[in-house]
Ligand binder design. Structure first.
Ligand code: MG
Ligand code: MG
Length: 245
């Protein structure tokens, strides 16, 4: 899982180096998929979610812009513009194990002060959640810490999509909400690996899904930011498997 995490982290670096105004989101997807495959890994998301009456996810990364929260589908018809709040979500499989990580960036410069604050607070909320991860801690400590940071800054966390356990499957138990009271849920034990992923909205927490069946947007059209890491509980704390740099 360390290796899967490192591949995901490297993929994020590559895409962040590439992103610039007027690029299509399909081009960003291509950069990511090429890098993942060069590493001998497989994109986690491509073909994900196949099932009766359901269109599998058609790309290697999720690209979600502005009021889009998560699960946006890369497209050759969609370009990113100066000042866009771009969420990029990445997954890779190495020898059967997944890594999962997401970042939000503002394309080009300058960003509006509001967008800037939303991005900063969402990353801080993720860091606060990760800081709660240690053996003997409780699962709900993570979401409680995330929510406190987000709400403390005047934002709302998405409630209908949550973090998750991760391993041989991209999404495993337990679910990890980004809200709630601390001191509840399972006790964290060494060896558990989780994906913590606050989605923070500048407006209300409510969401809806676009007719493409995937793209999740804020119900009120407000901006949203998303950060995610894959983190292992270790004997003496935690290790962020998707850490970059
Ligand atoms: Mg993800
Ligand atoms: Mg995830």
């Amino acid at each position: 899982m360390r290796r899967a995490g490192r591949i995901v982290a490297g993929t994020i670096d590559r895409v962040l180096e590439a992103v610039r105004p007027n690029m299509t989101t399909a081009e960003l997807d291509e950069v990511a998929e090429s890098f993942i495959r060069e590493q001998g890994a497989t994109p986690s998301f491509k073909g994900y979610g196949a099932g009766p009456g359901r269109v599998p996810f058609p790309a290697s990364i999720c690209t979600s812009i502005n009021q889009e929260i998560v699960h946006g589908i890369p497209s050759a018809e969609r370009t990113v513009a100066e000042g866009d709040l771009l969420k990029l979500d990445f997954g890779a499989i190495w020898e059967g194990f997944h890594g999962d990580s997401a970042v939000t960036v503002i394309v080009g410069e300058p960003a509006s002060a509001d967008a800037d604050k939303l991005v900063r607070v969402t990353e801080e909320a993720l860091e606060a959640g990760i800081a709660q991860i240690r053996p003997g801690g409780r699962l709900s400590d993570i979401g409680a810490a995330v929510e406190q940071v987000a709400q403390g800054a005047g934002f709302e966390v998405v409630r209908e999509y949550v973090g998750h356990g991760i391993g041989r499957n991209l999404h495993e138990d337990p679910q990890i909400p980004n809200y709630g009271r601390p001191g509840r849920g399972p006790v964290l034990k060494p060896g558990l690996v989780v994906a913590v992923e606050p989605m923070v909205n500048a407006g209300g927490w409510e969401t809806s899904v676009l007719p493409d069946g995937w793209t999740v947007v804020t119900e009120d059209g407000s901006l949203s930011a998303h950060f995610e890491h894959t983190i292992a509980v270790t004997e003496d704390g935690h290790e962020v498997l998707t850490a970059r740099g």
